[in-house]
Design a binder for this molecule. Structure first.
Ligand code: DAV
Length: 380
């Protein structure tokens, strides 16, 4: 008997064989505006104001070329690729609670949407310029939702993004204060509204990790627990105290296949949080130092050099990696992976690398319990 076909939306983890994915687009991108939740700066140019408005045609073309290269590799591997709808990001937006000069782009669907099993979940988002970013993906979401009654679609509550939601003085904290506050996990957002970006979540079948960060707060983690626990999932908050500006887990803690996680040597897990992995015989492998130093990253890129770790799994044995990150490529090969290298550095200033620029909609496989030995305290 043939097995029942998978729903068009089906993805339980970060590594099962990839069948369909959305790849972002740099069309009409703008510079991210300065706002209470984000203070972009030009690398190595202290004091020079960050540009505003549209990015140059040249910069957009370079990014789009590399995104097209990613699409070509994915299609050559038999993966169906979908793209966001082009939209205008250059006009100001205004809600009852805030105004912002322009929006950003639709290069990083990973931050906005996540597939959890057969459900599409739209994140609250945490920054004003990205409040309406879901719009670029709405027609795709409708297509998936209309295609099969097994597909669920949830949008998380939108936070106000009013001034009171942010802790503006965070940006001025001196280093000593940041170190003193390292274990409090208080960043530029307060705790009184539900806030999360989808990229702070990492999926391991029945278990879901959520990083507390500049883009996800404890109310966001609570909302995810209340939403996902009744579906039989376990939601684990995780913390990386040495990362003083954390946002998005996918340059920090990257599962490669059952039992194996790529870790960031600069950002160890909070003491004790390694227990669930060790008790279930998961192995940590440290990522090698990235090829570029922080000062060598593209000038408008706001992410760290650890974008090196932001790889996309096509299957438990095959990954796409940035072309110049050869030390990481060798390490992955040593662990039995086939590595497909592609150039991607021109995408970095649009918010991330290969994992960030994608949203996996369908992977093979079902929900598995990779952590049978876990002491879990459900919320209710
Ligand atoms: O290490 O700067 C960047 C993630 C981008 N979405 C980092 C995390």
């Amino acid at each position: 008997m043939r097995p029942l076909s998978l729903p068009p939306v089906n993805s339980w983890n970060e590594w099962d064989p990839l069948r369909e994915v959305v790849v972002g687009s740099a069309e009409n991108s703008c510079f991210e505006p300065t706002e209470p939740g984000n203070k972009p700066t030009i690398r190595n140019s202290p004091g020079t104001p960050f540009p505003t408005g549209r990015k140059s045609k040249e910069a957009i073309d370079l990014a789009n070329e590399e995104l097209a290269g990613l699409v070509a590799v994915l299609e050559s591997q038999g993966v169906t690729v979908r793209r966001p709808e082009p939209r205008n990001y250059a006009s100001p937006i205004r809600t009852p609670d805030f105004e912002v000069k322009n929006q950003y782009c639709a290069v990083c669907p990973r931050d906005v949407l996540i597939t959890i099993g057969n459900e599409i979940l739209e994140a609250t988002m945490s920054r004003r310029a990205r409040y309406f970013e879901y719009q670029a993906y709405r027609s795709l979401v409708y297509q998936y939702w209309n295609a099969d009654t097994r597909v669920a679609w949830t949008t998380a509550p939108k936070p106000s993004m009013a001034d009171e939601m942010y802790r503006e003085d965070f940006w001025a904290w001196p280093l000593e204060k940041r170190h003193a506050m390292m274990h409090s996990f208080e960043f530029c957002i307060h705790q009184n509204e539900v806030i999360f970006d989808a990229a702070d979540i990492s999926r391991f079948g029945t278990d879901i990790l959520v990083q507390e960060s500049m883009t996800t707060n404890r109310a966001g983690v609570r909302w995810l627990k209340r939403h996902l626990e009744p579906r039989g999932l376990r939601v684990h908050p995780v913390h990386f105290p040495l990362d003083l500006y954390p946002s998005h887990i996918d340059c920090t803690f990257v599962p490669l296949r059952p039992g194996l996680i790529l870790t960031n040597p600069d950002r160890p897990l909070r003491d004790g949080e390694e227990k669930m992995f060790l008790a279930n015989e998961w192995e940590f492998v440290e990522a090698p130092q990235p090829v570029l130093g922080n000062d060598e990253m593209p000038p408008y890129c706001q992410s760290s050099r650890w974008l090196s770790m932001n790889i996309l799994s096509i299957s438990p044995t095959k990954v796409i990696c940035e072309e110049q990150e050869t030390p990481l490529q060798r390490l992955l090969e040593k662990h039995g992976f086939e590595v497909l290298p592609i150039p991607f550095r021109n995408v970095f200033e649009y918010g991330g690398s290969l994992h960030c620029a994608t949203w996996d909609v369908r992977r093979e496989g079902n929900r598995e319990d990779y952590f049978p030995h876990v002491a879990y305290q459900p919320l209710t």
